[in-house]
Ligand binder design. Structure first.
Ligand code: MN
Ligand code: MN
Length: 365
């Protein structure tokens, strides 16, 4: 049995939880190796403290679930069967009392909650999220290698985008070129909607790419990532098209300094808070403190946003094996938006940067 399942079973035992029903596609994948989007159908892993777990999934997924390497029982549910009835039956066949059931509460909706409420009358529901986040927080060697590969594809994607910048091209033209080239390399999924933002649009940290054309003197911001073997990358680079002015340069170099200093400071023992504050101080000292409206970074793995959250209030101590982004930004309306983002892996005594696209201010002619 894999360590992840063993850890979860151990936790159930410690907490006197009779069973856990894990339903998010991310955590099902993490625990089983089976990655599938069931849409509105029911997919989940049922774990017990002492006995073998089982997987419940749509019938049409049973074959793929077996192929994924899941070694335990798989309960398939056809579109005409009631998955909740089956779930109840298979749990009650295995254990006589269900007093405490762990769920991913954030992933439940009211309809599902009522199903469970009716079928496990009197049971207390506890949240499984925190335990799963803790498990996923530290990456093993294999996960690190996959994340590194995902980061390499992100570097490649930025290069494709940079090469595509020319008079007349819109943000969406450039995105189409990036994703086309990635698909040719076998990447079928991006970790979020690819962002290419130019000029004033780049001054919105969460802008929506559209039909705006790149024009000379604009900064062009790329924020993108790929999903590779179930794991996400996330990179941001900002380049200048043809030329830039002094104000743009000042903004860029401030972000760059904040980013590089924060990356350099990453090592076991420092807190998330200290990292955020370090970057924030550099930006504030340069006079742009009001224009850095988000946290420094976020964890990365099966999810594109997971633990740790790198904020200036999080006292969490950084440990070997964590993977997260460092992504300071400055967004001055009508002047420029710049963000620089790398994915980093915490080593025994420092940091390994997974993304490697150059960061010095680049002019695209
Ligand atoms: Mn990003
Ligand atoms: Mn990010």
């Amino acid at each position: 049995m894999n360590h992840r399942l063993q850890d979860l079973m151990q936790w159930l035992k410690q907490e006197n939880i009779d069973s856990a029903f894990i339903t998010s596609t991310e955590n099902v994948f993490y625990l089983s190796g089976f990655r599938s989007d069931p849409h509105e159908r029911v997919l989940g892993i049922v774990v017990f403290p002492e006995i073998e777990p089982f997987l419940i999934c749509p019938s049409l997924d049973v074959h793929d679930a077996k192929e994924s390497g899941w070694e335990y029982e798989i309960i398939g549910c056809s579109d005409t069967e009631n998955p909740w009835e089956k779930l109840e039956k298979h749990i009650k066949n295995r254990i006589s009392n269900v007093n405490v059931l762990a769920l991913e509460k954030e992933h439940m909706n009211i309809e599902r909650y009522e199903q469970l409420l009716n079928r496990f009358e009197g049971a207390r529901f506890v949240a499984a999220e925190e335990k799963l986040r803790q498990l996923r927080l530290i990456k093993d060697e294999k996960e690190k290698e996959i994340l590194k590969k995902a980061a390499e594809y992100a570097d490649f994607a930025v290069q494709v985008g940079v090469n595509e910048i020319q008079e007349g091209k819109t943000e969406l033209d450039i995105i189409a070129a990036i994703e086309y080239e990635l698909k040719k390399k076998g990447i079928s999924e991006m970790s979020f909607s690819t962002m290419v933002l130019t000029g004033a649009n780049a001054a919105s940290p969460h802008g929506n790419p559209g039909l705006t054309k790149v024009k000379k003197g604009d900064f062009v911001l790329f924020d993108l990532g790929v999903v590779y073997e179930g794991y996400c990358s996330d990179i941001t680079r900002t380049v200048a098209y043809d030329h830039f002015n002094e104000e743009q340069e000042k903004i860029y170099n401030t972000v760059l300094k904040a980013e590089e200093e924060a990356v350099k400071a990453v090592k076991p023992g420092i807190t998330a808070k200290e990292l955020d504050q370090l970057a924030r101080d550099i930006i504030t000292d340069a006079g742009f403190g009001d224009y850095f409206p988000h946290r420094l970074g976020h964890g990365l793995g099966i999810g594109v946003h997971e633990y740790p959250s790198v904020t200036n209030t999080n006292e969490l101590i950084i440990q070997e094996g964590m993977v997260f982004t460092i992504e300071p930004g400055i967004y001055v309306p009508n002047v420029a938006g710049v963000r620089i983002e790398d994915d980093v892996y915490v080593t025994k005594d420092g940091v390994e940067i997974l993304t490697s696209f150059p960061k010095k201010l680049q002019i695209v002619k």
